[in-house]
Design a protein around this ligand. Structure first.
Ligand SMILES: [Zn+2]
Length: 181
């Protein structure tokens, strides 16, 4: 039998993965720990359409029939799959960290994040970003807290900047009295 999934256009496949946050909608595992497929909820053999409404992200195990799919609906109201709990950074135009955060909630296209001061890591205010922005190349997201932390330690310019600002905060002098380069 010919591979049916070959006929799902690349762009549509990506849109489905993106909508589903690169997470298998049957078991909740996500890429890169599993290989993802674009699966027809209503099979094509039963006239299921190749459309966003009838396509769903599935890992290999789930895609190849380890469970009955008939009673699973395509996701419409669970857009936070895979993003809540991730750690991340946003970067400014110079490639320096602008914000460091943990994603607390996702509502529609908006992520609510907890900010942490990048000088000493203390908890700051909550802030919202669009999902698209956090998935863009202006940001980096991490599942693993250690990897997130290490990323922050890799850049000498970050370390310099952090030390300078910590010194300023400890002296309780106004930031404007110091030239930051
Ligand atoms: Zn799965």
């Amino acid at each position: 039998m010919k591979k049916l999934r070959d006929s799902i256009p690349q762009g549509l496949r990506f849109d489905v993965f993106r909508r589903d946050r690169f997470t298998c909608q049957y078991c909740g595992r996500s890429s890169p720990s599993v290989v993802l497929h674009c699966d027809h909820v209503k099979p094509r053999s039963k006239q299921g359409e190749t459309s966003m409404e009838n396509l769903i992200t599935a890992c290999t195990d789930c895609n190849y029939g380890k469970r009955a799919k008939e009673d699973v609906q395509p996701p419409t109201a669970s857009p936070d799959n895979g993003m809540v709990g991730l750690f991340g950074y946003t970067y400014d135009g110079d490639g320096l960290i602008e914000y460091q955060f943990k994603i607390k909630r996702v509502h529609g296209d908006i992520c609510l994040v907890q900010l942490f001061a990048w000088t000493d890591g203390r908890t700051m205010e909550l802030k919202s970003f669009t999902v698209d922005y956090l998935l863009s190349d202006k940001c980096k997201l991490f599942e693993d807290k250690e990897a997130w932390f290490e990323e922050n330690q890799k850049n000498d310019r970050e370390i310099d900047r952090r030390e300078r600002l910590l010194a300023i905060e400890e002296n309780r002098e106004p930031v404007l009295s110091h030239a930051i380069n």
